[in-house]
Design a protein around this ligand. Sequence first.
Ligand code: CUA
Length: 337
Amino acid sequence: MSFRLLAVGLVLAGAVRSQTVHAVGDIFKPLASPALAVRDLSYLVFAICGAIFVIVGGLLAYALVRFRRRAHNDNSEPPQVYGSSQIEIAWTVIPILIVFVITMATARVIAALQDKSQPANAVQVTVIGHQWWWEFRYPGSNVVTANEMHIPVSPAGKERPAFLTLESADVAHSFWVPQLAGKTDVIPNRDNHMWLDPHETGIYYGNCAEYCGTQHANMLIRIVVESDEDFDRWIALQQQPAVADPKVSRARDAFLGMACINCHTVRGTPAHGIFGPDLTHLMSRHTLASGMIPNNFGGLFAWVGHPQAVKPGNLMPDMQLNDKELSQVASYLATLR
Ligand code: CUA
């Protein structure tokens, strides 16, 4: 456990040095239009509920104090009063009006978010939830990555929003990056949609918000929001086939001879599996196993060697590799920039 915490700490420390990191839980600091709309709506609901709490609680406190038992009470029953049309109408009509106001305000926000039209420069991303990791596909550009989504920053006046299509490969998940938007369910056999227009660059964290099995808590979403130029450069890099470093050609051949390729794709090689994450540019990602451990040589050794120790129950089997095979796989993967 401490290894895991240390690992996540190292990852976070590494990220802090280069880019602003927006912490997971900061729902009160929205940095995109959908999250701002949700925040403003929740303030309205909170204000209404707060007022009801103060009024009801105040009346209750007043009654408790004003009509408390006193020393000179004679224990006789108080006058019994039944029925008051005015009061009953009031406490029926007022709550209906309150619920109506909240319903209309909510419907307005939902409609505004769902009806957002796509500008021509919008970035399309298909998000696929898996037990227990995220796949991100960029339709039309041949880019497939995992767990770390890159999108451009979309400031006022220079909007370039990302439109997401959410799908699931297995069970229901939920995609939630609190500072960017509300939760959207990720459901098998159904496409859901949402959009993000981050107003600031940096790294945003989110997590799966629908219980989806043992490792539900370990489906970290990492969104890298960067300038237009950086984003376009990233896309161009991801479009390249995998690096074929001659220094690791033997390790590469060994890797391609193993069962790994049944589940993983390395573009430009015979590895075409689609069950697990695409490894073509594995080393351009900062973490392994959905944010659980840092993606470096040591992390690769730990993950490939004992995936079930790092993330029990995950669908990557322990391949029982011997030391030589493990170091071949790790040395080859470490070249996939
Ligand atoms: Cu995926 Cu919870």
